[in-house]
Ligand binder design. Structure first.
Ligand code: ZN
Ligand code: ZN
Length: 476
């Protein structure tokens, strides 16, 4: 073996070391990194061992880059190993292959460990589910912004002792999914992940310790699952649970034939509510319900402005109107404003056709609205909503944005304006909400404007982007 051969091989080994170190979680301590690396060094990896004395993962990568560029240290070690008879030069090829195999095993085991950590209540002892095709199911798997959604055959999820497997009847397409798919908002569980957080279905299998639901039961799965133990849960404010886990974000969601969820979180769906359409109660209706009732605290006779009449906003309109408020709906899409009028808005304003919405509102209400609700998540609209509130009024922010807003703080003080946020919905609110659906005060069927199969899921997001839908459901 010539020094050039050594050099080439050393470069290859160093590169593999760097690849492995980069695949390891950043949070790993230097010792754990070293341990993982030692597992795939074999005897030719003297260079690895030297570098394993590194202070951190970053330090190790930096050292390996030097080894890769200079080759000095490893060349020395490699020659030493051959000279000392520890390694025959002819065996180097075999060892290289071995190191490669071990490397791929380590990377695979890290991936599995990561996904196990992020799945709720894993139970490796539970049997392979006896459903789907040979324990497999169809799902829309999200592979990150660049690849997007792919329809794949994946294993039916295994359930833990406290979990149930739900055969998905439908899952609503939400704007939040679009944030992940198109806008690069990261999901908590790294892709690949099954998205979808607005689902209903029937119980297919129950875990060994489940007592509150039975096989065949119709259930609604709340979009966000709560811990029931943290300070906020104990205060009755489960929607801001410190340990909240969201379906299709923290763990695999319901754009699939089956989904595994903790049994304690699901709600019984009355027979009178259509199963597939019921899915949208889980977010598109529950979120504005909590906002209207608990956060904006809308009362009969209140003059309420709702900014944004999409899937969630239209229900803020519908619920506020059902409570007896005078609702003014604001949007830039004429079709959505027509819908808002159909769902109970007394007045609609096309924001694209007036100079300033707040001016119009002040004119209409003689000084400002009692309550303004922003259901878009646009900083400029939130500012405009703030401006249209009367003295002593309230602004309720339901839309999400990571950007800052600019308001004159003195107005909050001098006009005694209340600014409140609203996030999701508490479990306790679902029962009265379902009663409103049963009474026909919330029209589910009219809200669901489109239905798509899993294969057509892309179209659900297309019609959403075009502003053509109120709510689309995906029926697996
Ligand atoms: Zn949603
Ligand atoms: Zn909690």
């Amino acid at each position: 073996m010539t020094p050039d051969d050594f050099k080439r091989r050393t470069k290859a080994f160093a590169l593999r070391g760097i690849r492995l170190a980069e695949a390891l979680p950043k949070s790993m301590t230097a010792q754990v990194v070293a341990k993982q690396l030692l597992r795939c060094t074999t005897s030719v990896g003297a260079n690895y061992r030297a570098a394993c004395r590194a202070k951190s993962r970053a330090d190790f990568i930096a050292k390996m880059r030097i080894v890769e560029e200079e080759c000095d240290e490893s060349l020395y070690w490699m020659e030493l190993l051959v000279e000392s008879g520890h390694v025959e030069s002819g065996r180097l090829e075999d060892l290289k292959k071995e190191a490669d195999e071990i490397l791929s095993l380590v990377v695979a085991s890290i991936r599995t460990a990561r996904s196990r950590k992020q799945s709720p209540i894993p139970n490796p002892q539970s049997p392979i589910p006896n459903c789907g095709k040979d324990g497999h199911m169809k799902a829309a798997v999200f592979h990150g912004k660049d690849v997007g959604l792919k329809i794949e055959d994946i294993p039916v999820p295994q359930i833990g002792a406290g979990q149930i497997l739900v055969k998905v009847a439908a899952c609503g397409a939400c704007h939040t999914d679009l944030h992940y798919i198109d806008h690069g908002v990261p999901t908590f569980k790294k892709p690949p992940i099954v998205l979808g957080h607005e689902a209903s279905g029937t119980v297919e299998e129950v875990g060994a310790e489940v007592t509150n639901v039975t096989k065949g039961q119709r259930v609604l799965i709340p979009a966000v699952l709560t811990c029931g133990r943290c300070m906020f849960c104990r205060m009755g404010r489960e929607n801001i649970c410190a340990e909240m886990k969201m379906l299709g974000n923290h763990f695999d969601g319901a754009y699939a034939e089956y989904v595994a969820v903790p049994a304690k979180d699901v709600l019984d769906l009355p027979e009178s509510i259509p199963l597939a359409e019921a899915s949208i109660i889980a977010d598109a209706i529950s979120t504005p319900y909590h906002a209207v009732k608990n956060r904006a605290r809308v009362q009969p006779g209140d003059r309420v402005v709702v900014f944004g009449c999409g899937g969630v906003g239209i229900n803020a309109v519908q619920l506020a109107a059902a409570v007896g408020a005078y609702v003014i709906a604001v949007d830039i899409n004429e079709r959505k404003l027509e819908w808002a009028a159909e769902f109970g808005a007394a007045k609609t304003i096309n924001a694209g056709q007036v100079e300033r919405v707040s001016k119009e509102i002040k004119k209409l209400t003689g000084g400002g609205a009692d309550i303004a609700m922003e259901v878009i998540g646009n900083p400029r609209t939130i500012e405009e909503a703030f401006e249209c509130v009367r003295v002593g009024g309230r602004l309720c922010v339901v839309g999400y944005t990571h950007e800052a807003i600019s308001v004159v703080a003195g107005k909050i003080m001098f006009k005694e304006i209340e600014v409140v946020g609203s996030l999701g919905c508490r479990p306790v609110d679902y029962v009265p909400l379902m009663r409103m659906v049963e009474q026909g005060r919330i029209d589910l069927k009219r809200l669901v404007t489109h239905r798509f199969s899993l294969d057509e899921i892309g179209q659900a997001f297309e019609v959403m982007k075009e502003g053509l839908s109120l709510r689309s459901i995906v029926v697996p």
